[in-house]
Write a protein that binds this ligand. Sequence first.
Ligand SMILES: Cc1cc2nc3c(=O)[nH]c(=O)nc-3n(C[C@H](O)[C@H](O)[C@H](O)COP(=O)(O)OP(=O)(O)OC[C@H]3O[C@@H](n4cnc5c(N)ncnc54)[C@H](O)[C@@H]3O)c2cc1C
Length: 480
Amino acid sequence: MPLPQPVAEELRRIVGRESVIDAPNDLRIFERDGSIEGAVPDAVVLASSTEHVSAVIKVAAKHRIPVVPRGAGTGLSGGAVTIRGGIALQVTRMRKILAIDPVAQTALVEPGVVNQELSLVAAQHGLFYAPDPSSQKACTIGGNAAENSGGPHCLYYGVTTNHVLGMEVVLADGSVHWVSGDAPDRVGLDLCGVLVGSEGTLCAITKIKVRLLRIPPSIATMLAAFPSIETASQAVSAVIGHGIVPAALEMMDSVTVGAVEAHYHAGYPTDAGAVLLVEVDGIAESTRELMAAIGKILGENQGYAIREAQTPAERELLWAGRKGAIGALGRIKPNYYLHDGVVPRSRLPQVLSAVGEIGEHYQLPVANVFHAGDGNLHPNILFDLRDRQVLHQVEAAGEEMLRAVVELGGALSGEHGIGLEKSAFMPWIYNPDDLGAMHRVKDVFDADGILNPGKIFPDPSRKSVHLAGRTGLAVEAKWW
Ligand SMILES: Cc1cc2nc3c(=O)[nH]c(=O)nc-3n(C[C@H](O)[C@H](O)[C@H](O)COP(=O)(O)OP(=O)(O)OC[C@H]3O[C@@H](n4cnc5c(N)ncnc54)[C@H](O)[C@@H]3O)c2cc1C
C-alpha cells in the first residue's frame, strides 16, 4: 500500500526527491533479505546522515508508520523484511569510516560500512576487525551490530558484542543518543549491551565505535578429511577437550564439499564424508606447536589427507571455499533455507544425524556448513522455489530441525537472529514470564511498536502450521 501522499512528500523534503523510492517495481528489490519470506515495503528511504534517520523516524512516529532499518539485506532470518509494510530505512549510503585510532586500536564507522572493507582499511595500521561473518564482503557493520553477528573467527575472538565499544542510536521518537563509549567497563546500565543484537526493534544504529585487534604475526590453516560428519564432530570435541581453542574450526559435509570443490577447486577431498578447516594464530613458535598438536589429534580421530596451507595464497583459497560455500550450493539447487541452531558441542553428532534423517524424510537435499567449534550448525535445505509445492515441505523440515536442536538442549539461533522466521518458536525456549520481560524492554524503547514490528516476538496471527512435527518434542508451544 503506498504511503499517503503528504507523508511521502514530507520524507522527500528530508532526504531529497531521488532518495525516496515508491515505484512498485523498484520496491520489489527491497522485498527480501537472504531468507525465504518477503514483503514489499510501502516506501524505501535512502538515508545519508544521522539527521536523516532521526527526521524520518520522527515522521514515521507521528503517523504511526512502521520503520525497518536495513543494511545490505544479507540477513538470514527475515529481519529486514517489512512484514507490516511501512518504510524500509536503508542506511547503506552512510558508509564512511570516520576515524581509525591506531594507538587506542578503535574505529568509528557509519552503519553502512561493509565488514570486510573495515579490515582492509585497518590493515594499513596493522589492525583488523575480528568478527567476520561469511557474508563479510557484503554485510554492513550496522547489520552486524543489530544481529550480534558471528563468523568463523568468533570461536576465539568472540562475537560482535565483544567488539562494540559504543554506538550512536536513534530511538523510536527520533531522539539521538550515544550509548557507552571508550571505557572497557561500561559504566551504569549497559544500554549498548541491550541494543547490540536487538535486530532493529529497539533503535536505528547510526554510528558504531569498534575495537580493532593487531594482525597476528603468524597464521596457520589446516584442512583435514573425515569418513563421516560424526567422526569429524568427534575430532572437534577432542581438539577442544585437549584445551586448544583454535581461532576457527569450521566443518563442511560431503554435499557442501562437492559443490565448493566444483566451483573453487580449493583442493577439498571429494571422497570425504566431512572436512574440517582449522586455523590458529599468534607468534610463529606457538602456531607451529599448536598445528602439530592439532594434526596429531585429528589423525587419532580418523582424520586423513591432513595438510597445512603452505602459502598465503593457498590459505586464501581454502577460506574462499568455506566463505563462498553457500553461493556454491547454487550449483545443486537455486534456493536454500538455512537455519542456525546452536547446541552444546558434544551434541553435534546427535543433532546432525537428526538433521540428516529429517532431510531424508522430506526427500530434500541438505548441506551442512558451519562453525563446528562453537556448536553452531547451519543446515541448508536446498530446493527450487519455482516448485511452489515444495515450500511447505522445506518450512516443515526447517522447523523439525530446530525442534531437534531445542530437544538436545540448544537454542534457536547462534548468530543469525530470530527475526521473522523463528519468532513463532520463541515459546519453545522462553516461558510467558521471560517473553513478558523482553516485551517490557521493547515497550520502554518503543511503546508504539514503530521499529521493525512483527520480529522476535511470537505473533499469534502467524502460528506455525507444522507444530505437531515428527519428533514429538515435549515442549508445548504457548502463544504469548
Ligand atoms: C552467504 C551468507 C553467509 C552468512 N554468514 C554469516 C556468518 O558467518 N555469521 C553471521 O552471523 N551471519 C551470517 N550471515 C547473515 C548476515 O550476513 C548477517 O546477519 C549480517 O550481520 C546482516 O547484515 P546486513 O547489513 O546484511 O543486515 P540486513 O540484512 O540489512 O539487516 C539485518 C537486521 O539488522 C537490522 N539492521 C540493519 N542495519 C541496522 C541499523 N543500522 N540499525 C538498526 N538495525 C539495523 C535490520 O532491521 C534487520 O533486522 C550470512 C548471510 C549470507 C547471505
